[in-house]
Design a protein. Structure first.
Length: 190
């Protein structure tokens, strides 16, 4: 609750026949604080800050404070900050853009014909005895045809290269090959 709101509550209590001393005690305001009358109005400062904000939309209160000082106004930066906030001149915080992992220069377009874009990915499962199984699936994005499924407990980069080489020999090379850039796609075959 702001100081002005507390003063208003004390005034309402005084009107309902509660003494000033008791109402200030109940609200938690000193009697001097209740009687305080601000000496300056912030109207002129608000106008100047709004003019600065409209002329320089990316400036914050600190830069506006410097401009006010340069124009000859002697003012505290804390007051500028308070008035800046009350006038709702603050901009929303910038959120950094999420960067994609990897720096591929070419992105795969949407598949327009058969054999245009192939997608490969890994799927994990367990056998009835609890053993983990890894499946390499290669799919033609246009026809949704499964081109290859390699099943093993462990599939290294060399096995991925062998499967893709065999498919290129059988069907020809696709224009684009899409993957999720997992560890098998990023590492070098050794």
């Amino acid at each position: 609750m702001s100081a002005d709101q507390r003063r208003a509550v004390v005034a309402v209590l005084k009107e309902s026949k509660v003494s000033e001393r008791r109402s200030c005690q109940l609200i938690g305001v000193s009697r001097q604080g209740y009687r305080y009358q601000p000496r300056r109005s912030d109207d002129e400062l608000v106008k100047r800050l709004k003019a600065i904000a409209s002329e320089h939309p990316r400036y914050g209160y600190r830069r506006a404070w410097v401009l006010l000082q340069r124009s000859g106004m002697s003012i505290n930066h804390k007051r500028v900050h308070r008035v800046w906030r009350e006038a709702k001149l603050s901009l929303p915080l910038r959120r950094p853009r999420k960067r994609r992992a990897g720096d591929s220069t070419m992105t795969c377009a949407q598949a327009l014909q058969p054999n245009h874009v192939w997608t490969y990915d890994f799927v994990f499962d367990r056998c009835a005895n609890g053993q983990k199984v890894k499946l390499l699936t290669v799919v033609d994005e246009y026809t949704r045809e499964s081109l290859a499924i390699q099943v093993a407990t462990s599939i290294k980069a060399r096995a991925v290269i062998e499967v893709l080489t065999r498919l290129v020999a059988e069907r020809g090379a696709p224009q684009c090959l899409r993957s999720d850039n997992g560890p098998e796609a990023r590492c070098q075959a050794g």
